[in-house]
Design a protein around this ligand. Structure first.
Ligand code: ZN
Ligand code: ZN
Length: 452
């Protein structure tokens, strides 16, 4: 089997793998780097030049896995694309949103490459995107050989899948982004307990130890307590979230808490794509039963849209809870403007519930010391950090020890690390070497060909 990591920057970026099994040529995921811009944000497709793909597989609909798909589809006019049914329901909405964002960035930031694709292109390719149910084997035939593909529930977000691929006697497994614990909105991953020859495994939390006492249920309680403390001292709290998955999960947590009278009454602001995706989650829940969410949550929480024009330093005077994207507080997003408004005052709280790239404003806020001067450069605001900055271990990604256990159960001949910053991959490589001495652990260099 031949394997190339097309994610040109390593780390967690434009996730995409090229895999050749016999004469079958496939690509798994096709992401867009969250903080690079223009063509540099896509995977490097140069190894695919003149290589007609037989199949493209999408593990789930976060942009770091699908954001460059229309670019690849343009270059691969015949390759079919498969994904789970919930992902099929989400993917067009996600891509159209991305096209809007890129069109805006082209104008605001003068990025001539943008948009990388148009709304019209998304529509034209839509018929090539087909759903495959979890647990159903699909045969894909190449010129001479065939493979069998099966999706397994991966937790994480609606529609997320681990991908099992059989070719002759060999078995390959991609974890995709995975969470082995149940969330309010999504059931836990259900991965096969089987031997795999090759395992391609995410490592997002490889450098993060879950401290004792910070189990998910305790972290939910601590989040609710922090909301209460903040509102009661007259402050506001920002929870930056990814529009897909984290927003619905956090709204569900707050909704549950309010149902049992555990959270104080305060205005809740949420808007943008995430609110739209609440409707999609409702739809997916009714049609596929694969998530647990209803749009009633928005009604019962009386969620309000953000004021149209947000100016940093000016927020509604009352104490409020802001559940808004981007999750990494990327420049010029609602969470960035609200963070800029709250960061300089001790009564407010910035509460992080998911992964932040260390170089994004979210990552830098998490690493900053209290009292440090912080520059919100896009709004030309320099402020001393006085707000409480709190991290909650409520990530949509598996703990590193759970990934390690899964890898040990698979007894693979080779493990390929992916979707992790260098320290995360390094921890995982060391831990795997210690536990699986016969397994070859590969931390792939971008664009290098590996025979595994
Ligand atoms: Zn993801
Ligand atoms: Zn991801």
């Amino acid at each position: 089997m031949k394997l190339i990591d097309l994610n040109r920057d390593g780390g967690i970026g434009a996730n995409s793998f090229y895999v050749q099994l016999g004469d079958l040529k496939i690509v798994v995921d096709c992401g867009l780097h969250p903080k690079k811009v223009g063509r540099a944000a896509t995977p490097d497709f140069s190894p695919l030049r003149g290589v007609p793909l037989d199949l493209i597989i999408i593990t789930h609909c976060h942009l770091d896995h699908i954001g460059s798909l229309p670019v690849l589809l343009r270059e691969q006019p015949r390759a079919p694309v498969i994904m789970t049914a919930p992902s099929r329901m989400l993917i067009e909405r996600m891509l159209h949103n991305s096209a809007n964002v890129m069109a805006r960035q082209r104008a605001e930031d003068n990025i001539p490459d943008y948009p990388l694709f148009t709304h019209d292109e998304i529509d034209r390719h839509a018929s090539r995107l087909t759903p495959l149910s979890y647990g159903h084997a699909k045969k894909i035939r190449g010129a001479r050989e065939e493979i069998e593909v099966m999706f397994h529930q991966a937790g994480h977000v609606a529609g997320a899948a681990g991908v099992e691929i059989h070719h002759k006697q060999r078995k390959l497994f991609f974890t995709g982004d995975v969470l082995f614990e149940a969330q309010r909105t999504c059931p836990a991953a259900r991965f096969p307990v089987d031997h795999f020859d090759t395992l391609v495994m995410e490592t997002t939390r490889g450098a993060t130890e879950r401290p004792a006492g910070k189990e998910r249920v305790n972290e939910v309680a601590r989040l609710v307590a922090t909301i209460n403390e903040t509102i009661q001292r007259g402050g506001s709290m920002l929870i930056p979230v990814f529009a897909l998955g984290r927003m619905q999960e956090i709204l569900s947590i707050v909704h549950d808490a309010r149902k049992f009278g555990r959270v104080v009454d305060c205005p809740i602001y949420a808007s943008g794509l995430g609110i739209d995706l609440c409707d999609y989650y409702d739809d997916i829940a009714r049609k596929t039963k694969q998530v647990n969410f209803t749009r009633q949550v928005l009604k019962e929480l009386k969620v309000r849209p953000l004021p149209r024009k947000l100016e940093p330093g000016r927020l509604p005077a009352e104490s409020a809870l802001y559940i808004v994207s981007s999750g990494m507080v990327v420049e010029n997003t609602p969470s960035y403007l609200i963070a800029a408004a709250l960061a300089g005052h001790a009564r407010h709280t910035l509460g992080f519930v998911g992964y932040c790239d260390p170089e994004t404003p979210g990552g830098r806020l998490l690493a900053a010391q209290p009292g440090e001067t912080f520059l919100f450069d896009k709004v030309n605001l320099r402020t001393k950090l006085k707000a409480h900055i709190v991290r909650f271990e409520l990530s949509g990604h598996a703990d590193r020890d759970e990934l390690l256990d899964f890898a040990i159960h698979c007894r693979p001949r080779a493990i390929v690390l992916t979707h992790g910053d260098p320290p995360a991959r390094a921890w995982m490589a060391r831990a795997l070497d210690g536990k699986l001495s016969k397994t070859k652990v590969i931390d792939p260099k971008p664009l290098q060909t590996y025979q595994v």
